[in-house]
Design a protein around this ligand. Structure first.
Ligand SMILES: [Zn+2]
Length: 136
C-alpha cells in the first residue's frame, strides 16, 4: 500500500523510521490559511545516524540522548506541501535556527563544567570550541 505524503513526511529524513510527534504549533501569518500548523517530530530510532546515546559526563551527570528533530507543515485540509515547493513560494514558517547548535553546545558546556577543575588542558579545548560556535 502506498504511503500518503503525510505519512512519508513524518518519517525521519535520515533513517526513514516513523517520527514521534512532539508538538503542533498553529501558524498565524498573512498569506497562510487559518488552521495551518507546523508539527515538530523526533526520531526515536537508536539506529538513526543522528542518534547520540546518553553519555556520562564527569562522575555523576548524565547527558541525555540526542535525537534528530524535524518540522513538517500541515495545511488546514491535512495535506503537506510537496517537497521543494518552498523554493517556488514563500515559506509559511521560519526554521528554528536557535535549535541548531543547542544540543552539541549544551553537551560541551556540561563537559566543560565536569572537566574544568580536574583536567585543565581538556577544559580549555572545550571552552575554545564553545567560543568558536559563538557561545551560549
Ligand atoms: Zn532517524
Amino acid at each position: 500500500m502506498a504511503e500518503t505524503l503525510y505519512e512519508e513526511s513524518h518519517r525521519c529524513p535520515f533513517c526513514n523510521e516513523p517520527g514521534k510527534l512532539l508538538n503542533k504549533i498553529p501558524i498565524r501569518r498573512v498569506g497562510v490559511p487559518r488552521g495551518t500548523v507546523v508539527e515538530t517530530l523526533e526520531c526515536y530510532s537508536e539506529r538513526c545516524p543522528q542518534y547520540m546515546p546518553p553519555v556520562l559526563v564527569g562522575t555523576s551527570t548524565t547527558q541525555p540522548a540526542i535525537r534528530n528533530r524535524w518540522q513538517v507543515q500541515v495545511n488546514p485540509d491535512g495535506s503537506i506541501p510537496p517537497k521543494g515547493s518552498g523554493a517556488t513560494g514563500p515559506k509559511a514558517f521560519e526554521s528554528t535556527p536557535e535549535w541548531k547548535d543547542v544540543a552539541p553546545v549544551a553537551r560541551d558546556q556540561l563537559r566543560l563544567a565536569a572537566t574544568r577543575d580536574e583536567r585543565r588542558g581538556e577544559a580549555y579545548e572545550i571552552k575554545r570550541d564553545l567560543d568558536y560556535r559563538g557561545g551560549y
